[in-house]
Design a protein around this ligand. Structure first.
Ligand code: FAD
Length: 406
């Protein structure tokens, strides 16, 4: 009898953890597992703001898939998913086609532009290793250019960031650390550099406790970050960003605009005919897609509602990892012919946002607030815990963050 074929799309948090758990719990005699990913490495998406600012090298963030996945048990295909045909149980890749009996979709997020003109053409986005490397090199190149221009061009050393949510704040925090290094390296007067954070809402870090938000904003302002709150970005142009506040429009000239204000699930899922809400699939309690009993969706492609707030849970690595536990258990049950599937219930252990090296804010265990160094250590503990879970002590020692005294 043919073994059931399990195909996992995307080696992000959700896909990688599902794969490593399945390789441990299912035997090669009972299942054929295939993992498909664009690159031959997995990366820690939650560290990309550091790679983009240049405060850590991307080699610390990426992990070769072969170091974690056992290729004797899992067939790894390095390719790009083009579409899914859930009615015929097929996946179209750039260089081929795969058939499956059970599918796990973990293709992650894409940038949401909210229809703002010029974002696609002129903004940088923090999405993956390639886009992070580009931001780092572009900003550094502009610092190098600054003293070589015949006229003063402040836009070269003006860094503007759209969005004061988690990603935007974490990125400006890293930039505030990186700018003094760049100034020293390229003989640029630090007083001339601007880091501007533009946010449409009235506050940074919407949804966070106000005491923590005040702390973060004050710390970042002290490091030179300028906040423009209640300010809409109307258009992004090659010259800069056109913003509007209190009915007044202003063009902020910048050659370094990073859009960090919105994500949605991979558009492949929507284009493949799955039902979506805000770009994400409203999965059933067992994480299966509506109408498809053989497709499980994990991570940022899945939408789950918080019944207390009646709003969707924000997409996070924490939830993607927790989903992988249920996804792998449910795949195991399906492969073994059982229909007793587990239900997913997120357990939010805490949320910690870094605001530069050695500084952070966060809430753990529901209500305990953390500030500064303690929060920063907690953030590193969270990061290191993931590495331990994914690849054991060896991976932790290779890629972990141990600089807790900085
Ligand atoms: P991802 O981790 O995004 O992985 C998707 C994978 O699919 C990637 O390997 C990608 O290469 C692959 N892929 C995509 N498209 C294709 C294709 N067509 N073909 C083949 N492969 C493909 N969350 C937290 O919980 N805590 C944090 O502190 C935090 N900080 C963040 C900081 C930043 C800068 C960002 C950007 C996000 C942060 N998040 C954080 C959110 C978190 O990173 C995401 O929720 C999480 O990465 C989602 O995991 P995932 O498995 O769905 O997808």
């Amino acid at each position: 009898m043919r073994k059931p074929r399990v195909v996992i799309l995307g080696a992000g948090y959700g896909g990688m953890m599902t794969t490593t758990r399945l390789q441990k719990t299912l035997g090669t005699n009972e299942v054929d597992i295939t993992l498909v990913n664009k690159h031959d490495y997995h990366y820690q998406t939650t560290w990309l703001h550091e790679n983009s600012a240049g405060t850590i090298h991307h080699d610390q963030t990426r992990i070769p898939i072969k170091d974690v996945v056992d290729f004797n048990k899992v067939n790894f295909v390095q390719d790009t998913v083009v579409s899914i045909d859930p009615d015929n149980k097929k996946v179209q890749l750039e260089d081929g086609e795969l058939e499956y009996d059970y599918l796990v979709v973990g293709l992650g997020f894409e940038t949401a532009t909210f229809g703002i003109k010029g974002i696609e053409e002129h903004a940088f986005t923090i999405q993956n290793i390639n886009s992070a490397r580009l931001i780092r090199d572009h900003i550094e190149y502009n610092f190098a250019r600054y003293n070589n221009e015949p006229e003063d061009r402040p836009e070269l050393i003006t860094i503007a960031v759209g969005g004061a949510g988690f990603t935007g704040i974490e990125f400006v925090g890293e930039m505030a650390n990186r700018v003094p290094e760049l100034c020293k390296e390229y003989d640029v007067d630090p007083d001339k550099v601007r880091i501007i954070n533009v946010e449409a809402g009235p506050s940074a870090l919407a949804g966070f406790d106000s005491e923590l938000v005040d702390y973060a904003v004050k710390r970042l302002e002290a490091k030179g970050v300028e906040f423009m709150l209640s300010t809409m970005i109307k258009e992004v142009t090659p010259e800069g960003i056109l913003v509007e506040r209190d009915g007044e429009q202003e063009l902020i000239k910048t050659n370094n605009f990073v859009w960090a204000a919105g994500v949605r699930g991979s558009t492949i899922v929507e284009k493949s005919g799955f039902e979506v809400n805000r770009g994400r699939v409203p999965v059933r309690p067992d994480l299966r897609a509506p109408n498809y009993d053989d497709v499980i969706i994990v991570g940022d492609c899945a939408l789950i509602m918080n019944e207390e707030t009646e709003r969707p849970y924000p997409p996070t690595a924490q939830i993607a990892i927790q989903m992988s536990y249920v996804a792998s258990d449910n795949i195991k049950a399906l492969v073994r012919g059982s229909n007793e599937l587990k239900h997913f219930k997120p357990e939010i252990l805490g949320t910690v946002a870094s605001i530069g090296e050695g500084d952070a804010i966060g809430v753990i265990f529901g209500k305990r607030k953390l500030f500064g160094w303690t929060a920063s250590v907690m953030k590193k503990v969270i990061d290191n815990r993931y590495l331990l879970k994914l690849g054991g002590v060896g991976l932790l020692l290779k890629k972990g963050k141990f600089n807790i005294f900085k």
